[in-house]
Design a protein around this ligand. Structure first.
Ligand SMILES: NC(=O)c1ccc[n+]([C@@H]2O[C@H](COP(=O)([O-])OP(=O)(O)OC[C@H]3O[C@@H](n4cnc5c(N)ncnc54)[C@H](O)[C@@H]3O)[C@@H](O)[C@H]2O)c1
Length: 279
């Protein structure tokens, strides 16, 4: 289906780079009009310019209520309405250590951007949509939000909150014909997904490759995901093909959350064989 966003207006937060940029580009390709909202002004303005008449940029901190309100107002005044918002902007807490050593110093900021930012984007966009026949809200969580594990405690907690909030919002806003869904991306090489590689370009490339290889090891589907893969899921939720779908959490993760990528039976049999081999 071509032109899936024809006649639609969308906001993508965190749209200057990474996964958000992929959504902006695909929505415009599909005929939509998009407002890019981000703290990164240079990248965001350059992208909007590249995309021409179908895109605008507005510097926005998603954790600030008045800035999110100005963002929604901007979409409406520039493009005449608002049909979809991707609450994608997010921060990693870069807390790679153990729980016993963690100091939670980034807690407030990570929660303000990853949780409050999603809540404000949902609420303020929904107020407009409720008065105008409905719309689609897409919140970006993470596989870390549904799969417990080591490290990143602020980040994990924030992304788990996005999943619960999405479902709760879907229940409450259904009466207004507003759909609310959530995407959990898996391993995607973006500035965040490559663990803030390095300022040295050459080294950054090598680090990105090394990180991607390690993450691929955990992923059952042996194909490296890209921002485009996440954008395709966002397009499905933003467009009319998902008109009956709300309150859903879609992992786009190459089966990473389906289970472990190694055979536990093989490990058990190997342990048994090792004992038997000892006589
Ligand atoms: N890349 C991955 O592997 C991966 C995996 C799971 C989830 N995610 C989630 O996907 C989303 C996008 O991540 P990404 O990999 O593209 O990261 P990224 O760091 O490349 O991009 C994030 C964007 O959000 C913007 N941003 C940060 N704080 C903001 C704020 N307060 N207001 C407005 N914009 C702000 C940044 O400037 C940046 O442009 C995030 O919510 C992230 O948690 C990413």
């Amino acid at each position: 289906m071509a032109g899936e966003m024809a006649g639609k207006v969308a906001i993508v937060t965190g749209g200057s780079r990474g996964l958000g940029r992929g959504m902006v580009e695909l929505f415009v390709e599909e005929g939509g009009k998009v407002v890019i909202a981000d703290l990164l002004e240079e990248e965001g303005r350059a992208l909007a310019e590249e995309l021409g008449d179908h895109a605008r940029f507005l510097r926005t901190d998603v954790s600030k209520r008045e800035e999110v309100q100005a963002l929604v107002d901007h979409a409406v005044s520039e493009f005449g309405g608002l049909d979809a918002i991707c609450n994608n902007a997010g921060l990693s807490d870069e807390a790679y250590g153990s729980l016993l050593d963690a100091d939670f110093t980034k807690f407030e900021r990570v929660m303000a951007v990853n949780v409050l930012g999603v809540m404000l984007g949902t609420q303020i966009a929904a107020r407009h949509m409720a008065r105008n026949g409905g719309g689609s809200i897409i919140n970006v969580s993470s596989i870390s939000g549904i799969q417990p594990g080591f490290g990143f405690f602020n980040y994990r907690a924030s992304k788990a909150a996005v999943v619960n909030f999405t479902k709760s919002a879907a229940i409450e806003l259904g009466v207004n014909l507003i759909r609310v869904n959530c995407i959990c991306p898996g391993n995607i090489p973006t500035p965040m997904g490559t663990y803030a590689a390095s300022d040295d370009d050459e080294k950054a490339k090598l680090i990105q490759q090394a990180v991607a290889e390690v993450r691929m090891g955990w992923q059952p589907l042996k194909r490296q995901g890209s921002p485009r893969d996440i954008a395709e899921a966002a397009l499905y939720f933003a467009g009319d093909r998902s008109r009956q779908v709300s309150g859903q959490v879609l992992s786009v993760d190459g089966a990473a959350t389906a289970g472990t990528a190694k055979s536990l039976i093989a490990e058990i049999l190997a342990a048994r064989a090792a004992v038997e081999a000892q006589g």
